[in-house]
Write a protein that binds this ligand. Structure first.
Ligand code: PLP
Length: 403
């Protein structure tokens, strides 16, 4: 498989030498029949795990009925999904697309149009984003991403972004003061409630309260990238609910349709400035993806999955903290909310997150790195107590064999 695969597919991913061909719940099997416990879940995407009957049924029914038409026409499933999202969030209006990067691109366009048409003075709107953020790989989302390693060889970036340290309110105040010359001013702060890719770093409560206050006082838009933490991942429906503040605009994607491609921007009424012709997506909000998302969201509600996320998250963090205590010279801390958690390797230890991920894979556990020093755990929201225990045991064995 790898030889033919690599002959035809561009070399953009560091792939693990495994071909997964089947999944059920929180388990997947490779082509050799080996079983793995899946604590990656398509990178925080397979909300209901694999082959969940509700998702299978919704997608099967929808593809037999109608899977795609075009946004030239009304799509009832899209309207129903938008209604669900509005009724279960701080937002009023929704635009649909197909991925996280695309959702952020739409948010960036929405911010810019708002700046040009409502904050009329703002000819050169600046969007503040944070260092170690991750917003996607398309040029706008990449420019918003505060990690130079992703920018290298892809310059020039889109202008109009400045990066500030995460959880540092003084840096925000300074940036707003400094970026105030002629028609160049801060129009929005775009930020993850918890930095996922950047190392599973939860937002600080006090910091986010101050951010909201600054935005209320200045008219600057507060925009949250909920692509990884939204849709129940943190034990609340939206990541921002952990911080006691709500954004003016937020984006969602990864877990929204349980692994079927989808993305969305949700905004409050006052910044809903798009008009016909301003933005579009051929596949965005098609009946198939929307039916899948509705099945995911209705299952989260019906099966009370948020409660499971909170309980399993506590259980997992307890087990991971026990590992930190057992190997205090290797690990520094455990961070996370609900079922997005990171185990951080101590500064100066030569072991990397990739070493652990590779060894865990051998031992039948899928986990993912979040940067070189953090191992990330993002299992399906349906994960059971037994599966959390099993993951912790495999991890313990994995670490014991590495040290
Ligand atoms: C994954 C991710 C993205 C990009 O999503 P894609 O679907 O890969 O384009 C953007 N923001 C955050 C916070 C993410 O975790």
């Amino acid at each position: 498989m790898p030889e033919t695969f690599n002959r035809y597919v561009m070399n953009t991913y560091g792939r693990f030498p495994v071909t997964i061909e089947r999944g059920l719940g929180c388990r997947v099997w490779d082509t050799g029949g080996k079983e793995y416990l899946d604590f990656v879940a398509g990178i925080a995407t397979c909300t209901l795990g694999h082959a969940h009957p509700a998702l299978v049924e919704a997608v099967t029914k929808q593809i037999q009925k109608l899977h795609h038409v075009s946004n030239l026409y009304y799509i009832p499933e899209q309207g129903e999904l938008a209604q669900w999202l509005v009724e279960h969030s701080c937002g009023d209006k929704v635009f649909f697309c197909n991925s996280g990067a695309e959702a952020n691109e739409a948010a960036i366009k929405l911010i810019r149009k708002y700046a040009h048409t409502v904050l009329e003075f703002l000819e050169q709107p600046v969007i503040l984003t944070t260092i170690n953020s991750f917003h996607g790989r398309t040029m706008g989302a990449l420019s918003a991403t505060g990690q130079p390693k992703y920018h290298q060889h892809f310059e020039p970036l889109l202008p109009g972004f400045e990066y500030i340290p995460y959880n540092d309110i003084v840096a925000v105040e300074e940036a707003i003061t400094n970026i105030d010359e002629g028609n160049r001013r801060v129009a929005a702060i775009m930020i993850e409630p918890l930095q996922g890719e950047g190392g599973v770093r939860p937002g600080d409560l006090e910091y986010f309260l101050r951010l909201r206050k600054i935005c209320d006082e200045t008219g600057i838009l507060l925009v949250f990238d909920e692509v990884q933490v939204g849709v129940g991942r943190t034990g609340k429906m939206w990541g921002y609910e952990n911080l006691g503040v709500s954004p003016d605009i937020f984006t969602t994607a990864k877990g929204l349709a349980g692994g079927i491609p989808i993305g969305a921007v949700v905004c409050k009424q006052f910044c809903d400035v798009f008009e016909p012709g301003n933005h579009a997506s051929t596949f965005g909000g098609n009946p198939l993806a929307c039916a899948a998302a509705l099945a995911v969201l209705n299952t989260i509600e019906r099966e009370n999955l948020l409660q499971n996320v909170q309980a399993r998250g506590e259980q997992l963090r307890t087990r991971l903290r026990a590992l930190v205590q057992k190997y205090p010279h290797i690990f520094s801390e455990v961070r996370g909310w609900g079922l997005i958690n990171g185990l951080e390797i101590r500064e100066g230890v030569s072991l990397t997150s990739l070493d652990i991920v590779n060894k865990a894979l051998e031992n039948g556990l899928l986990v993912a790195p979040a940067g070189p020093k953090v191992v990330r755990f993002v299992p399906p929201l349906i994960v059971s107590p037994q599966e959390v225990d099993m993951a912790a045991e495999i991890l313990d064995k994995t670490i014991a064999s590495l040290v």
